[in-house]
Design a protein around this ligand. Structure first.
Ligand code: 9MG
Length: 288
């Protein structure tokens, strides 16, 4: 892994630092009625804020706030709807909790408004492919997570196909990173994410996980989002609210393969799992 290279990295999330000296936890805060695993739990800004407090107390290092579900078949939302959902929550979380906030959005208007409200990182499942998104992030001078997705959320799980999933995801991400740098986004502000479950079948997800250290050794911090994902339903047969053990296993495997940040629902348990892993392997080896 790039562990030794990333040890000294501190990502400046709009004035709040995210140190990558050890694996970090991104807690998921969906303010959507239809997210795949926790939709409807965090609808009001007050409930969302309480959940953010719980995640921060449990060891979250950054909170990822999203107002549009990326689940297959989820209803698209307008810019105004998304703003109405996320901005009050970002403002409240920023005021009360002193850890970085990321905004999970693909819309440049939401990126800008979220940054003005306190978001210090952009998490874009479209990897800044929406019109105006790359320019928006270049202007904000904030870190951005570029995620791989084959197709669109609506149709991405309809028989996704690759010749070589790892090579294709890798070249997509490195091309996007190069384009972002050419557009004025600083290299140290770029994080990559293979996008588990986004236009990938079970075999694709497993192969990406097996070769994750290849992606984590490309000079950009890697984010892995595996929490409660449907590959766990295929493997364990469990419903979405019964996938904790599977999610922890995948989080540990991802960190062991060099993921700098894991994006999770279950912060308390992930925090413990990573502590145990880190006790065994204080530093992730160069190659795993
Ligand atoms: C918003 N979102 C849902 N799943 C995700 C994943 O795996 N990675 C990132 N970066 N964002 C995600």
């Amino acid at each position: 892994m790039t562990g030794s290279k990333q040890d000294s990295i501190a990502i400046d999330c709009g004035g709040r630092l995210l140190l990558l000296d050890r694996p970090r936890i991104m807690g998921i805060l969906n303010v959507t009625p239809d997210s795949f695993s926790d939709g409807g739990e965090c609808l009001s800004p007050k409930e969302a804020l309480m959940h953010a407090h719980r995640m921060a107390a449990a060891g979250a290092d950054i909170i990822d706030i999203g107002g549009e579900s990326t689940r297959p078949g989820a209803a698209p939302v307008s810019v105004q709807q998304e703003l109405d959902r996320v901005i009050p929550v970002i403002e409240a979380v920023w005021t009360e909790i002193r850890i970085p906030i990321s905004i999970d959005t693909s819309k440049p208007e939401v990126m800008k408004a979220a940054a003005a409200a306190g978001a210090g990182m952009i998490n874009d499942v479209f990897a800044l492919r929406r019109e105006g998104a790359m320019q928006a992030v270049a202007g904000l001078n904030l870190p951005v997570c570029l995620m791989h997705m084959l197709g669109e959320p609506r149709s991405m799980q309809q028989q996704p196909q690759y010749q070589d999933v790892v090579a294709e995801v890798e070249s997509f991400l490195l091309d996007r990173a190069r384009d972002c740098e050419a557009a004025g986004i600083a290299k140290q502000n770029i994080l990559l994410d293979p996008g588990f479950g986004f236009g990938k079948n079970m075999d694709h997800n497993l192969e990406l996980l097996r070769q994750l250290s290849r992606l984590s050794s490309r000079g950009y911090p890697l984010i892995a989002g595996l929490s409660r994902k449907s590959m766990l339903a295929r493997i364990t047969g469990r419903k979405v609210d019964q996938r904790l053990a599977g999610s922890l296993t995948l989080a540990v495997l991802a960190v062991r393969a060099g993921a700098a940040i894991v994006r999770v629902h279950d912060v308390v348990e992930t925090h413990d799992a990573i502590k145990v892993l880190s006790a065994v392997w204080p530093r992730t080896p160069e190659s795993v």
